[in-house]
Design a protein around this ligand. Structure first.
Ligand code: NAD
Length: 360
């Protein structure tokens, strides 16, 4: 059964997702929403996919207007992060399951407003899109951490590193360099959502952000936009550290491995080493497997395909519904905890922050 859906945003990344949704046929895009209606109509009309072309007459300037004209059950949101929270709230109030690309919120107030509305509509699935956790390599790492297939036993500790040089120069400047805390909200989240999906939320974090200025790349002195590092503690005292930057002076890894992360994870029964799609498992002093799996796809299409599929199965069959929703929201909590710790220069209780954000 195809689910009728409204698609918000007709920019480059968003149109790739719309094409994918149209091809996959799980959801049926029935209308598009964009504040620039005339440009969006042209974009839609230029599509090679008939279904998208036919949406030309169904482009609206607001979700409310689109919903008035089409009986959609789901809303996909792909616009600038600073617009996300109000669009999610609009979509939830109109009774639609809502999928929004990261970051769903740019501060605690926005997040709390989303949660308040969502609590009044518990039957609606709310998912923050984190495509990096769905490829074969990411799923294999999760299985090994969760001990599903010959895993590493109880996790004893680990680390993840992610670095690259990302030129975000634009006129006007993009929000990844202008909004405080965006390094964690929109880059570190891609690696750390994988940790949250596998192990849940840690209990504490101590975090720092890099104060890096690089005019060539458009990074000015906005708090928390270029890089950071932190150490998490799980409830049993297990430590896990993370270091990342998007403004390095070089990039010794290729695109895929830097965004997927470079990981070392120690367990009572084994150790994992991962760089992008390569996952090596060591036990009893030897390497017992060395796999080269599919990592991030070109334009993240395959990763997104799997994620859309999981979203569909959670709506229609309830498959992994609670875990899917909670781990995606918890990842935002973790990113905010990292920002808070760095801002206040102190160790933060993630549990207390989560209670504040969810119980408001
Ligand atoms: N790995 C990832 O998950 C990943 C990768 C790339 C981009 N993104 C995110 O995807 C989002 C969309 O990217 P894009 O390249 O399509 O963006 P874009 O800037 O090319 O296009 C955004 C579109 O949204 C429209 N828009 C802005 N505010 C709106 C509003 N309030 N209501 C309706 N429409 C509105 C604009 O008119 C524009 O057409 C961004 O948030 C970006 O950060 C995520």
């Amino acid at each position: 059964m195809q689910i009728p859906a409204i698609h918000v945003g007709c920019g480059g990344f968003s149109m790739q997702r719309l094409s994918l949704l149209s091809r996959e046929k799980l959801f049926k895009p029935v209308a598009c929403v964009d504040i620039n209606v005339s440009k969006a109509k042209k974009t839609v009309d230029s599509s090679e996919i008939e279904l998208i072309k036919n949406l030309k007459e169904n482009v609206y300037s607001s979700i409310t207007e689109a919903k008035k004209n089409h009986d959609a059950k789901v809303c996909f949101i792909f616009v600038s992060s600073k617009e996300h929270s109000k669009l999610i709230i609009e979509s939830l109030k109109l009774g639609m399951h809502t999928y929004c690309v990261k970051s769903i919120a740019c501060n605690q107030k926005e997040f709390e407003e989303i949660i308040k509305i969502h609590k009044s509509k518990p039957d609606l699935l709310l998912l923050q899109g984190y495509n990096n956790q769905w490829n074969e390599a990411a799923q294999k790492m999760r299985d090994l951490i969760q001990n599903k297939k010959d895993g590493i036993g109880k996790m004893l500790g680990g680390e993840c590193i992610c670095w690259g040089r990302q030129n975000l120069k634009n006129n006007p400047p993009v929000e990844d360099v202008t909004i405080e805390g965006m390094f964690f909200y929109s880059l570190a989240c891609h690696q750390l959502s994988q940790l949250v999906a596998a192990k849940g939320l840690p209990e504490y974090v101590t975090s720092y952000v890099h104060k890096r200025v690089d005019e060539d790349l458009d990074y000015s002195d906005v708090f928390g936009t270029t890089g950071g590092q932190c150490i998490f503690e799980y409830s049993d005292g297990t430590p896990f550290s993370y270091t990342g930057t998007r403004a390095a002076h070089g990039n010794i890894f290729d695109f895929a491995s830097r965004w997927s992360g470079q990981w070392i994870i120690h367990g009572e029964k084994g150790d994992i080493r991962r760089q992008g799609g390569r996952i090596s498992l060591y036990k009893n002093g030897s390497m017992v497997s060395d796999l080269y799996l599919k990592d991030l796809d070109q334009n993240l299409i395959e990763d997104e395909r799997i994620q859309f599929n999981e979203f569909y199965l959670a709506i229609t069959k309830g498959k992994n519904r609670d875990w899917l929703q909670q781990s995606s929201l918890d990842t935002w909590v973790l990113m905010e905890a990292c920002n808070q710790s760095a801002r206040k220069n102190k160790k933060i209780s993630i549990k207390l922050l989560k209670e504040k954000l969810f119980d408001n």
